[in-house]
Design a protein around this ligand. Structure first.
Ligand SMILES: Cc1cc2nc3c(=O)[nH]c(=O)nc-3n(C[C@H](O)[C@H](O)[C@H](O)COP(=O)(O)OP(=O)(O)OC[C@H]3O[C@@H](n4cnc5c(N)ncnc54)[C@H](O)[C@@H]3O)c2cc1C
Length: 403
């Protein structure tokens, strides 16, 4: 296949962020190409495949049986000693789906193609092309052939290990302590399993800083995964295997049908998200919810916003960082402030010992626990902790001062 050498927009990365961004640019009449090193969109998945209805709506999608596998209308949170807190989210409308990400991501790409975008797969972007201090394109190795593609604007949608943003001179440092290490089995034959509820297991023994999840994909298949802080000697796989060993009765007849792993940046977004001729979206900009690690929705949302600002900048023929900063400022209003609050929740929870977690599980309304995922409710929990003895009170007071 031959590809043009001149584009309005080059998007590096065909993940949820890149695909949705491509659709939004193409719909505005921009000549858009998406480049990905993969040979198949959507695989290998590095994902628990949980997507809330809120994000599906923001992405202007309707759940479709090909990818919306299980409707989820609740969660079961399990404390370190095994206490269960059941949350029914139908009352608050916080429902969602466990999706088949491969099918869903291909549909995102197909939608972008229907809108007019082109795709180039098995194509590794190796370098940015610069003209003085303006980014004007990328060098690509496509099926062993070196190509140069030029564009008015380049979008870095290349995920956690973003080479592009770093090459543009942006600060993409990510200390290990700010990453979670994820490991997951898709398993069949799990019994019993509630196909409409997510299960989340907490505790410093089970999963330091993170949680073990069971996200159902049918009556007896599920993604069984774990996220732990990234700087530990023991691996996420070891933690997950140990946890499965301890829960043998449910997994007695189960077996693994897929294995995935990946790193989740549960930290603050990169401070500068634009350069001359470049915008950074999704995981590449660390736009991930720091408490639960979900990043699909925010990647798409950022992609759509980047397309709106980027199209106007192209039409005005001003691709300077100064002009593109509108994207960064609007993202800060839209999601950045919320993510900052959620980061504080994460920083607080990682300081808790199992005993403190138990007391919280006993004393806090289930809805408050759910609200933490949106950065709300921390004050209520801190107030409870001030009554919990000197060590807890001291910890709570130190966080109250930071709010
Ligand atoms: C174990 C695990 C479980 C998770 N579970 C969930 C979940 O349940 N729900 C949720 O919302 N989020 C989850 N996430 C996070 C979610 O997967 C990411 O936030 C999301 O994929 C980010 O989308 P993106 O488009 O920014 O980047 P990615 O999806 O990472 O896409 C980046 C793309 O860029 C391509 N690429 C990279 N470098 C180059 C290059 N140089 N040249 C060409 N192509 C390149 C890659 O091949 C890739 O296709 C999970 C993550 C992990 C690791």
């Amino acid at each position: 296949m031959n590809y043009d050498k001149e584009w309005d927009v080059i998007i590096v990365g065909a993940g949820p962020g890149g695909n949705k961004c491509a659709e939004a640019f193409a719909k505005r009449g921009m000549k858009t190409i998406v480049i990905d090193r993969k040979q198949e969109i959507g695989t290998p998945k590095r994902c628990g495949e949980g997507l809330s209805m809120r994000w599906i709506k923001i992405a202007e999608q309707e759940p479709c049986p090909r990818w919306a596998l299980q409707e989820i209308h609740g969660a079961i949170l399990i404390s370190p000693t095994g206490k269960k807190i059941e949350i029914d989210t139908r009352k608050t409308g916080q429902t969602g789906y466990i999706i088949e990400r491969k099918m869903w991501e291909k549909e995102l790409a197909a939608n972008a193609i229907r809108a007019g975008a082109k795709y180039m797969l098995k194509a590794l972007v190796t370098e940015l092309i610069k003209k003085e201090d303006q980014i004007v394109g990328v060098k690509v190795n496509h099926e062993s052939q070196d190509l140069k593609l030029h564009a008015k604007l380049v979008i870095a949608a290349d995920g956690i290990d973003s080479l592009i943003a770093r090459q543009a001179g942006l600060n993409t440092q990510l200390p290990l302590t700010e990453c979670d290490s994820g490991y997951q089995y898709e398993m069949a034959g799990i019994k019993p399993l509630d196909p409409h509820k997510m299960e989340l297991y907490f505790g410093n023994e089970v999963s330091p800083r993170g949680y073990v999840w069971i996200f159902p994909k049918s009556e007896d298949t599920a993604n069984v995964g774990i996220g732990i802080r990234g700087d530990l000697d023991k691996t996420a796989k070891e933690y997950l295997d140990e946890w499965i060993e301890k829960n043998t009765e449910r997994f007695e007849k189960a077996s693994i049908i897929e294995i995935n792993s990946g790193v989740i940046p549960v930290t603050a977004p990169i401070p500068e998200k634009v350069a001359n001729g470049l915008m950074v979206i999704g995981d590449a900009a660390r736009m991930v919810n720091p408490i639960h690690g979900g990043g699909i929705g925010s990647a798409m949302e950022a992609g759509m916003l980047a397309a709106e600002v980027g199209t106007n900048a192209i039409k005005e023929n001003d691709l300077s960082a100064n002009r593109l900063k509108e994207y960064q400022e609007r993202w800060e209003e839209l999601r950045g402030k919320e993510f900052k609050k959620i980061l504080k929740v994460r920083q607080f929870f990682e300081k808790l010992d199992d005993e403190q977690m138990e007391i919280i599980a006993d004393s806090v309304e289930p809805q408050t626990l759910l609200d933490l995922g949106h950065g709300k409710g921390l004050k209520k929990i801190l107030a409870i902790m001030t009554q919990m003895g000197p060590a807890s009170a001291k910890l709570a007071m130190s966080f109250l001062k930071k709010l």
